[in-house]
Write a protein that binds this ligand. Structure first.
Ligand code: M6R
Length: 608
């Protein structure tokens, strides 16, 4: 997500900070900033947009110094503005903080600090950190950081410098990566090893709840209570590009693997388990209006459209709201009726998809209430919608959407909980959905641990020229999504179908060379799925079943089985989709395709 860089040493920090930010820029960002100390002076510059904007500002007023920190921000709390860009400072501009992650209890901390007279200048959660450090600062920065972090709830990778204790950078980590390197050039801190590789390949990776004090020629690491920790110096053998991919061969694989984390980020701070409710801050301003809404219309393209279809099942079954889903590219041509009783939900990873944006503008012109489920903060769709919920899935670089999809499903589940509890959903059902949703990040690694088996299946089926994907109810849209993944990554023809539609035509295609992937978790339509699988087997079709752990019977009819853990029916798509992503990935790689940049496709489709 965001990028952190810090330097202390004999060199001029400024070009090193810019270089580090540039090397981290592949992760995506919307604003950036640096602060550098030079004897008595503090040089502080921030800018919205590309790094060139920051460089332009710097060029108009250049400076140098031997210690500094820099940051590229991917907005989460607060809009994309200069005031919200990092570094953030305390009241006296003594302490400067760059931070990745989310401070969940920032509102409570901010209120207390404001009562003590601290003045805040941004809408970010991060800004509580410099003020809290200021509150504890008595001349020793690491001591103040330790005390601060003991009060903070949430996640962080952070680097802090203080004008009044200027011989060090203090860095800390909790669930957000941070690496340090002290070499002949000086002391470095970064959120991404890629930013440091040009200086050294010897790095120290901080673990959760560790605090590092980095100086120009040494470092020490302690726990949160100043107890020293032994750290291994790791020698990386990565090229720069490999480092950016975190050691994975492709961004797509990295993004599939990080879904446990991205799903967790999408739900962080939003589930109120005891109350059986979801808290979606971005919907607060329209909460009352939403109570009176009689119908929803979801509008999106591609993978986001498939997420919308899953949402339709969720919202109708558990929130009791009639829901339609439209391709954005078709929506405008059917002369839609925009009434006050309908809310229009636009789903988009990039927030820039031309068709979705055009549909949004049409609804706005006709006075409809518009909501967004968008990953890229500050993107056009995020800005144009009346209200919404961000995905917080982090930048998705692979063209094939993977972690954005599971994040969209997570946010749609939260929306269902939010709207459901405003309506018919009981407390007990709300609590059940909330609890089950919270389990998902723990379940995803169980599926990922079966990746080798999925790779073997990819080898077995790689030469098939056509695939059918079938599912029912919640997993019908997953069948569509699985087929889309395979098409775009492997260039193999694949069809996604509602399993009940098989008899109405597609079953004519089935023979021993036309494999089917059948989504059949143990749910309310399982028996019907088994009948469909039998029909395929009766025509000599090969079947790979995606089934629930413990279901041994399915082995008797399917040729191959991939298991997913048991979960509440409505949430099965978040799990069943992951093996399909891996299957498409491995076949694409086996075919020698560039799975991050499949032919003829763009990450963001900005033409209609
Ligand atoms: O950025 P969006 O979510 O609006 O993009 C919509 C589609 O272009 C996108 O999902 C596309 O289908 C992906 N390549 C699918 O992997």
């Amino acid at each position: 997500m965001c990028g952190i860089i810090g330097y202390i040493g004999k060199e001029n920090a400024t070009p090193l900070l810019f270089e580090g930010l540039r090397r981290e820029s592949y992760r995506g960002y919307d604003s950036s900033g640096i602060v550098v100390f030079e004897e008595q002076a503090t040089h502080y510059v921030r800018a919205v947009g590309k790094l060139e904007k920051l460089e332009e500002k710097f060029a108009n007023n250049p400076f140098s110094g031997n210690i500094g920190v820099g940051h590229s921000r991917w907005a989460t709390h607060g809009n994309v503005t200069e005031a919200n860009a990092h570094p953030h400072a305390d009241c006296k501009q003594n302490i400067f903080v760059v931070h990745n992650g989310i401070i969940e209890n920032y509102a409570a901390l901010k209120e207390k600090l404001e009562k003590k007279g601290h003045r805040f200048t941004s809408q970010t959660d991060t800004e509580v950190l410099p003020h809290l450090i200021e509150h504890f600062f008595k001349g020793n920065l690491e001591e103040a950081v330790q005390k601060t972090l003991q009060l903070v709830k949430g996640t962080y990778g952070l680097a802090v410098i203080a004008k009044e204790d200027p011989e060090k950078i203090v860095a800390a980590r909790l669930s957000s990566p941070l690496v340090i390197s002290v070499n002949s050039g000086g002391g470095f801190v970064a959120s991404d090893p890629a930013a440091l590789l040009s200086h050294s390949n010897k790095m120290i990776f901080l673990d959760d709840k560790e605090i590092a004090v980095v100086q120009s020629d040494n470092f020490r690491v302690t726990d949160m209570y100043n107890k020293p920790k032994e750290k291994e110096i790791v020698e990386l053998e990565w090229t720069l590009e490999e480092a950016q991919k975190g050691g994975y061969p492709y961004f797509m694989l990295k993004e599939i693997i990080e879904q446990s984390e991205s799903v967790k980020n999408s739900m962080r701070g939003r589930i109120l388990t005891e109350e059986g409710r979801a808290k979606l801050g971005g919907l607060q301003q329209v909460e009352k209006q939403l109570r009176d809404i009689k119908r929803l219309n979801i509008i999106a393209c591609g993978t986001s459209y498939h997420a919308g279809l899953v949402g339709e099942y969720m919202l109708e079954e558990y929130a009791g709201i009639p829901t339609d889903v439209d391709f954005a590219s078709e929506f405008r041509y059917r002369k839609p009726i925009i009434d006050k009783e309908t809310a229009f939900v636009f789903i988009s990873q990039s927030g820039e998809t031309a068709d979705t944006l055009a549909a949004l503008k049409e609804v706005k012109e006709k006075g409809g209430l518009t909501l967004g489920i968008v990953n890229v903060v500050g993107s056009s769709i995020a800005r144009e919608t009346d209200a919404g919920a961000y995905n917080h899935a982090g930048p998705e670089i692979g063209v094939a959407s993977t972690k954005a999809f599971t994040s969209q499903l997570t946010v749609l589940s939260l929306l269902c909980l939010f709207l459901g509890r405003q309506r018919q959903m009981s407390l007990v059902m709300g609590q059940r959905i909330a609890k089950e949703l919270a389990r998902i990040p723990e379940l995803i690694p169980q599926i990922l641990s079966g990746a080798d088996n999925i790779e073997k299946l990819a080898q077995k089926y790689r030469d098939a020229r056509n695939f059918l994907y079938v599912g029912r109810k919640y997993n019908y849209p997953v069948a569509l999504e699985g087929a889309l993944k395979l098409k775009e990554i492997s260039y193999i023809h694949a069809e996604g179908y509602g399993a009940g539609e098989m008899k109405h035509g597609p079953i004519a295609l089935i023979d021993e060379n036309f494999p089917t992937i059948a989504l059949c978790p143990s749910d309310s339509v399982y028996e019907k799925m088994v009948s469909n699988i039998q029909e395929i087997k009766a025509r000599n079709g090969k079947v790979i079943a995606i089934a629930t752990e413990g279901n041994e019977d399915i082995r008797k009819i399917a040729d191959d089985v991939i298991y997913i853990p048991k979960i509440f029916e409505m949430l099965t798509p978040i799990l069943t989709t992951i093996p399909l992503q891996l299957f498409a990935y491995y076949i694409g790689v086996l075919k020698g395709n560039d799975v991050d940049k499949p032919r003829n496709l763009a990450k963001s489709v900005t033409v209609e």
